[in-house]
Design a protein around this ligand. Structure first.
Ligand code: SF4
Length: 169
């Protein structure tokens, strides 16, 4: 699999709690004003072995969970399914950022499989016209912070409580 950079730990801005962040290389969304253009090239970044990534994540201490960011994480869904299967637990949750919307993700089998292991999804392309620096855990107002497990159970998008403060802006 390809990462944009080494595994990051102790992030407090990529989801709730102290988080380990996996920065995935490769993105095809080409959002105007993207904050991370160096992650776009599919063959850029660094190649790493899946087993090494899993080992490293398991060795991180005092983390609340793992955040999948990038780049577009779902382009490497098959590898990520193997990782989240190994590391997710009741005390270690999974957040993911994606330029795809929830509806786009559930329409594709492999993406839907990865979603089934994710707790919180921040979805949608970054829209510079809707950018607001006050937003928490997302860059533009069109993006949604979704409770994935409830959304799957209920067959509708359920917005997570973590978006409440953003909706009040
Ligand atoms: S989805 Fe994210 S990484 Fe990809 S172009 Fe949009 S803002 Fe950049």
């Amino acid at each position: 699999m390809r990462l944009a950079r080494k595994l990051q730990t102790d992030s407090i801005v990529d989801g709730v709690g102290l988080r380990t962040v996996l920065w995935l290389q490769g993105c095809t969304h080409d959002c105007l004003g993207c904050h991370n253009p160096s992650t776009h090239a599919i063959d850029g970044g660094i190649e790493v072995a899946l087993s090494d990534v899993i080992h490293e994540i398991k060795g991180c201490r005092y983390q609340s969970g793992l955040t999948l960011s990038g780049g577009e994480p779902f382009l490497q869904a098959a590898s990520l399914i193997e990782i989240v299967k190994e590391v997710r637990s009741s005390s270690f949750n999974i957040w993911a950022y994606s330029g795809f919307t929830f509806e786009e993700l559930v329409a594709k089998e492999e993406y839907r499989q990865l979603l089934s292991y994710i707790d919180i999804l921040v979805d949608g392309r970054f829209c510079i016209e809707q950018k607001d620096g006050r937003l928490q855990y997302k860059g533009s107002k069109n993006q949604r912070i979704i409770d994935v497990q409830r959304s799957i159970q209920e067959g509708n998008v359920v917005i997570s409580c973590y978006d409440d403060m953003n909706n009040a802006l």
